[in-house]
Design a protein. Structure first.
Ligand code: THG
Length: 264
């Protein structure tokens, strides 16, 4: 399981304030802590202020890359902001994200091809967000076909089937897990990725729901997750799940984590 560290995100209160204050130390320590905890990529998102996002994004990228070599997941809804980041970033990028929306795909897929990125594709179309596993799977196929046609190999494609809250729609857990299975198995070596926390929106005890989803999603074929690797409770579930799924040779990572107390 590949972990995308989620904390360098300007929509989070502390990170947003640190970006505005150009607090180099806070940002660099947050980057290093997530790498030390096991992040494979660091998600970098400068927040949503249209007049500041590009400048904030480029500052964030430079500041992080002064202290870590971990590849970045460049996260913005704006293709223009993503393009500006790609101009200055070092190393291979996981580009977050395109969708199957006409204009978005037209702008982002060529960028991913040009810069040899790994690419996240959200299962979103011009007419809206899908609710069922089958709808998500059909949209995933569209994105994969378009990305392949642009020269992006299947193993570099990460489909995000979009996590919807179970508080409003109780069937969404099952639909999400079925979509995870369909995409990861029928479109292999295409990967499935998502942020876990939307599942629990509107409910108490959110971390319990988020980490239980992680275990179930891993069993369904989730290949990468946007999450907080400095959270011991979720990392314990992740290490245990890897061991149970045969993704941890001789359970070495599990035993090491147990011994060093990092499972909590
Ligand atoms: N898919 C893709 N990219 C994404 C998301 C996704 N990028 C952004 C987001 N979703 C994932 N990143 C975060 C980062 C932090 C938090 C959640 C998701 C987080 N939220 C707390 C909460 O919601 O309660 C705390 C909020 C706060 O402190 O202000 O920590 O799904 N491709």
């Amino acid at each position: 399981m590949r972990i995308i560290g989620e904390k360098l995100n300007g929509t989070l209160k502390k990170t947003g304030a640190a970006i505005q204050a150009r607090d180099v130390k806070f940002i660099q320590e947050l980057a290093q802590a997530q790498v030390q905890a096991g992040a494979y990529w660091l998600d970098v998102n400068a927040g949503t202020h249209p007049d500041r996002e590009k400048e904030d994004f480029c500052w964030l990228i430079k500041t992080v890359q002064e202290v870590v070599d971990t590849p970045l997941c460049l996260d913005s809804a704006s293709p223009e902001v993503l393009a500006a980041g790609l101009e200055i970033v070092k190393g291979q990028v996981l580009l977050n994200s395109t969708t199957a929306e006409t204009e978005k795909a037209k702008a982002v897929i060529p960028l991913a091809a040009k810069y040899n990125c790994q690419l996240i594709g959200l299962t979103l179309v011009d007419t809206g967000m899908p609710a069922t596993a089958d709808e998500r799977f059909e949209i995933a196929k569209q994105i994969v076909d378009q990305a392949k046609a642009a020269g992006i190999p299947a193993e570099n494609i990460y489909i995000d089937p979009l996590v919807r809250a179970i508080s409003a729609e109780p069937e969404q857990g099952r639909e999400l897990l079925n979509a995870t299975w369909l995409i990861s198995h029928k479109l292999a070596p295409v990967n499935v990725v998502y942020g876990l926390s939307n599942i629990s929106f509107g409910l108490p005890g959110r971390p319990l729901l988020n980490r239980t989803l992680l275990a179930m999603a891993m069993a369904s074929g989730l290949g990468a997750a946007i999450m907080d690797p400095t959270d011991k409770h979720i990392m314990a579930v992740l290490r245990a799940s890897e061991a149970l799924l045969g993704q941890d040779e001789f359970c070495m990572n599990y035993m090491t984590a147990f011994r060093d107390g990092s499972l909590g």
